[in-house]
Design a protein around this ligand. Sequence first.
Ligand SMILES: [Cu+2]
Length: 177
Amino acid sequence: MASLVAVIVVLAAALVQAAAAAAKTYIVGDSLGWKVPPGGVVAYSDWASQHKFMAGDILVFNFTGGHSVAIVSMDDFDACNTDNVTNVKLNSPVNYTLNSGHTYFICFYDDHCVEGQQLAVTASAIGSPTSSPAPWSSPSGQSDNNTPLPPLQPSSATRVVTTSFLISIAFVITNLC
Ligand SMILES: [Cu+2]
């Protein structure tokens, strides 16, 4: 019986750790928001270098006025080429759930990308990826292109409840012994 309790306690501890490592939400640029940065192209690369992104983390692009968030290839990012842009959001705020690997964001208006409104992010994989193909989400529910809204992801509240439940079981079994 004691070994069963040990197993359950270890499981519960693992779940607590998993909850602690739950997805984080990042405001792109922090107080700068998403704009043509006064500091030029280093502004968003500096910001990205200060964080360790994981798959499932959420980037929030806040902007006012004529800006956009477009996903492009690495080559189009490097060249600030907007000719191939198909995956774009126009209404702030824009939430984007990261998949593992590299993701390249630009603003496709005028010369905003060339002037520094560009962000490259590398996210590490964790466990199994969440629903992959439609990472966009919009808190206001508006949709300005044909991308379907992604399914809701399990909230961290669910994980906390699960953890509490397992800890409760561990206590019950301990008392039975
Ligand atoms: Cu812009």
